[in-house]
Design a protein around this ligand. Structure first.
Ligand code: KG4
Ligand code: ZN
Length: 333
């Protein structure tokens, strides 16, 4: 039997999970409401909140899994990419836990873990598959050849898709994080109400900064005509923005399937919780006869279950690290 404790602390969620023989038994997530009033994650406040949350979160994960601390066989933690101060809290905790119990330590790449979240439950994709990983910090199309053999085919040249949602929300006077709210309003709006540009970027790379500027100019022009513009049209604006972000993502994904011939297609990361993206991918998959894999909501945004499952597969390979391991703000898939 292999009992893995997973720890995630790369951004503003402190999370701990227990995985027993590849099965997730608990996945506790402590969010940080403090950032909302600043309109984005404040790194120093995030690390302090991680320090407060880490021990109770791990205790709860162990309790919910109905095991004892001493039953844990290995600790897997997010090494990066992410905010260095936040990563340090999870890394230091994992190192101390492993040292105290003399058990192996496993480093996990956060972006690989988002993809490996697809191996938590059935249906699981088969290798090779394509994964569109869309989060607050990243937008990537990855060719997944095996559990830890991944090739980056394209990525954003500027803002990430989640950032496009969050920065647009700021323009629309919506609180952080804006993605879920834009999604909610979009469901009641007309996606064709406002024409927004699709950037012409070669290959499989993305760009979202031009879209953000186009939205800002559109809102400013409309507000000149009607100072209540946003209040009266928020659902149509959100629906139009969401439709454009989703079409940018899906058009590149379609291009990647043509380029690679791969037909197993997955999405991962916080933005994969978006209802427009989920519906759009299902429709496109049906049209092109793809096998589509969409994670459960709880495994889209940051969570330790994905760290624990990635850790489990490294445990089977005996891929352990020493106490000299340090977190990394930047890491490639
Ligand atoms: O993967 P994640 O939890 O954290 C990072 O590693 O960045 O992703 C967070 C991002 C945020 O930008 C948030 O606005 C976005 O995911 N997000 C959404 C939705 N839920 C979360 N974006 C659009 N629609 C959603 N329903
Ligand atoms: Zn993430």
């Amino acid at each position: 039997m292999a009992v893995i404790l997973g720890i995630e602390s790369s951004c503003d969620e402190t999370s701990a999970a227990i995985c027993i023989d590849g099965e997730i038994k608990s996945n506790i997530i402590a969010g940080q409401a403090i950032h909302a009033k600043y309109g984005g994650v404040v790194p120093e406040l995030a690390s302090r909140a991680h320090q407060l949350h880490i021990i109770p979160t791990v205790d709860e994960a162990i309790q919910q899994a109905k095991i004892h601390k001493n039953d844990v066989d290995a600790v897997a933690f997010t090494r990066g990419p992410g905010l260095l101060g936040s990563l340090l809290v999870g890394t230091s905790f994992a190192k101390s836990f492993a040292l105290a119990r003399q058990i192996p330590l496993i480093e996990v790449n956060h972006m690989q873990a988002h993809i490996l979240a697809h191996f938590i439950e059935e249906p699981k994709p088969s290798f090779p598959f394509l994964c569109l990983t869309v989060s607050g910090g990243h937008t990537q199309i990855v060719l997944v050849k095996n559990y830890f053999e991944m090739e980056l085919l394209g990525q954003t040249l500027d803002d990430a898709a989640g950032e496009a949602f969050d920065k647009t929300a700021k323009i629309l006077n919506l609180p952080y994080p804006g993605g879920p709210l834009i999604d909610k309003y979009a469901q009641e709006g007309n996606p064709d109400a406002y024409k927004l540009p699709e950037p012409q970027i070669s290959g499989l790379n993305f760009s979202f900064s031009g879209l953000k500027t186009a939205i800002l100019y559109m809102v400013q022009a409309e507000e000149k005509k009607n100072s209540n513009f946003l209040m009266e049209n928020i659902t149509d604006v959100c629906a139009s923005v969401q439709q454009r972000i989703v079409s940018i993502l899906l058009n590149k994904l379609k291009k990647a399937t043509k380029q690679t011939g791969v037909r197993d297609i997955a999405i991962a990361g916080g933005v994969s919780a978006n209802s427009g993206l989920r519906q759009g991918l299902l429709a496109m998959g049906k049209q092109h006869h793809w096998n589509v894999f969409i994670p459960k909501f709880e495994y889209c945004t940051d969570n330790a279950a994905m760290i624990a499952i990635a850790g489990y597969h490294k445990y089977l390979r005996k891929e352990f690290v020493g106490q000299d391991i340090a977190p990394l703000a930047r890491m490639h898939v």
